[in-house]
Ligand binder design. Structure first.
Ligand SMILES: [Zn+2]
Length: 322
């Protein structure tokens, strides 16, 4: 169908006006750029009448300031409008999966929400926990006061304590077992006495506060992954706004570009960024720690450790490395 297209831009808003004809039928459509706009039709019994009508309508819009364009707006814009709607729908879907996490602030005090590499709260009669492999005393890594956590859904009574074995030397046959099994994560009563264990690695400090961030899950649910992968290339391209996907999933590229990808940092809550597949069933991550300061735990290459809440409410420690 022959079409003539006109555009105008006023106060930053672009509008189109198109006229198409086929025999005695004329269709006029107009509206905001990027939408299908509104159409109206007229019928004529002769080509001469039709052309006279078109010429008169064109004169009217040109008088209003419209300029003839090579781009045929309604035909070209309808798919663009669809792409825009699809991109917006994907963004909405992704945003719905955002969840909060909190980055710890370390310092001397005065607000103490947790202790790192320092004293642990033990009951008066309690003995300091020992490594199941070498039987030597474990080293304190973290004590977290769950009654003071900023996320109400992670808050509960009691302390969560994490210990690790650092007493082994690499020429001992039991070292491997110390590295893999020499971890103790437990919930402890809040009352007790503060006791110092053996000096280990890391830096003695306190968690003095939290900074709230939001994170996207590392992966989308499989049904959404499939839907996203079946989207038209122009939708993916518009969604990623030209970011290079390097063969990665569009979701991961989008998550990174949005600045809300789940982070490999020390954090409370949030989405665990597992280095290897987690073999435990859990409902929430309580805390994630990296091998970096102030913890300095032995987590191997690019390792990360996760205090996870099991469906039973029990807190367990899972770690993995490359
Ligand atoms: Zn040990």
């Amino acid at each position: 169908m022959p079409t003539r297209s006109f555009v105008i831009e006023e106060e930053g808003k672009k509008r189109f006006w198109d006229v198409s004809w086929d025999g005695g039928e004329v269709e006029l459509s107009s509206g905001a750029w990027g939408t299908a706009g509104r159409a109206r039709c007229r019928s004529f019994s002769s080509v001469a009448e039709r052309d006279a009508f078109i010429a008169a309508e064109v004169r009217k819009v040109v008088t209003k300031g419209y300029v003839e364009s090579d781009t045929v707006a309604p035909v070209a814009d309808e798919p663009n409008a669809t792409v825009g709607r699809k991109v917006a729908a994907w963004r909405k879907r992704f945003d719905a999966t955002l969840a909060p996490a909190w980055l710890p602030t370390f310092g001397d005090g005065p607000e103490v929400h947790g202790r790192v590499r320092g004293a642990m709260t033990l009951l008066g009669h309690e003995t300091w926990p020992a490594c199941p492999s070498c039987r030597r005393p474990l080293n304190a890594v973290l004590e977290l006061d769950r009654s003071r956590l900023p996320d109400p859904s992670l808050r509960s009574k009691g302390l969560v304590q994490l210990f690790t074995c650092e007493a082994w030397t690499s020429d001992e046959a039991t070292s491997g077992a110390c590295i893999f099994d020499g971890w103790l994560a437990r919930t402890h009563a809040p009352e007790g006495v503060l006791r110092e264990g053996p000096a280990g690695r890391g830096q003695k400090t306190f968690i003095t506060g939290w900074t709230r961030i939001v994170e996207l899950p590392p992966d989308l649910e499989p049904t959404l992954v499939e839907r996203l992968e079946n989207e038209a290339p122009e939708v993916i391209e518009a969604l990623l706004q030209g970011a290079d996907d390097d063969g990665r999933s569009p979701y991961r590229v989008w998550a990174e570009a949005s600045g809300n990808a789940a982070r490999n940092v020390h954090k409370l809550g949030g989405f665990p960024t597992f280095v290897q597949e987690c073999t435990l069933s859990f409902t929430r991550q309580l805390f994630q720690l990296e091998c970096a300061r102030p913890f300095d735990v032995n987590l191997g290459d690019l390792g990360a450790g996760h205090l996870l809440i099991r469906p039973s409410g029990e807190v367990v420690f899972f770690w993995a490395s490359h």
